[in-house]
Ligand binder design. Structure first.
Ligand SMILES: [Zn+2]
Length: 229
């Protein structure tokens, strides 16, 4: 599982139905739009379920601290310590082998930090790249190299060019940033570009865009956790 936005609530109910009791949860970072679903993730309340949480080291803080803060009074009635699952934290540094999946991470340009994930399984790769603002620096090329050749790329495409003029420095990409990478064939197969802004829903949600003569899917973030839609 990748991040814990609001879609993780429904996913948790489905995992309960299926009796899944061992889970790996990868966090790109701990901004609220990536964590706020976690208090409503029912598997975390089940004794006998093991949840392994992977995230980048956060300075001198423990990785558990954002979860304690998220569920602290007066924001939420049930403290994190009352979640009965066996929740273990792992610092993501470079690469980790999670079962049959090899996971690598890449630092992105975002206030407070954020990492992208490169998941490799049976010769196929999926890249999950959220919350990144290209700055025209050497890091941009590093990130393009990280995404090169992916079979599926999930990448944010947050702003139009006009919106970006007002949001420069907020740590997010323009739709054109995503399209230009695609045009340069950084990825080989399929790309899902998403926006997490409800205000963009009517204009782009679920739309297929043939800009740059290459099919792209533009989705709301929550759709990504609901593959049946
Ligand atoms: Zn963020």
């Amino acid at each position: 599982m990748l991040d814990a936005g609001t879609g993780i609530r429904e996913l948790g109910l489905k995992l309960d139905e299926e009796g899944v009791n061992k889970l790996d949860l990868l966090f790109s970072h701990f901004h609220m739009d990536h964590t706020q679903g976690f208090p409503f993730f029912t598997p975390a309340y089940h004794e006998g379920t093991q949840i392994n949480i992977y995230a980048a080291p956060w300075a001198e803080h423990s990785l558990a601290e954002p979860f304690h803060r998220l569920m602290d009074q007066p924001s939420f009635p049930v403290p994190f310590k009352y979640m009965s699952a066996d929740i273990r934290f792992h610092e993501m540094n470079g690469s980790s082998q999670l079962g049959d999946v090899l996971v690598r991470s890449q630092l992105l340009n975002h206030p407070g930090g954020c990492i992208a994930f490169h998941l490799q399984y049976e010769g196929k790769t999926l890249i999950y790249l959220t919350d990144h603002e290209p700055y025209g620096s050497a890091q941009d090329q590093e990130i393009r190299d990280f995404t090169r050749g992916a079979d599926v790329l999930i990448r944010e495409a947050q702003y139009t060019n006009a919106e970006y003029q007002l949001k420069r420095g907020w740590g997010h990409s323009r739709f054109d940033d995503a399209v230009s990478d695609r045009r340069d064939r950084v990825w080989s197969e399929e790309a899902c570009h998403y926006t997490s802004r409800p205000s963009a829903r009517r204009s782009v949600s679920g739309a297929r865009v043939d800009r740059a003569a290459i099919p792209l899917w533009v989705l709301e973030a929550r759709y990504l956790s609901r593959p049946g839609r």
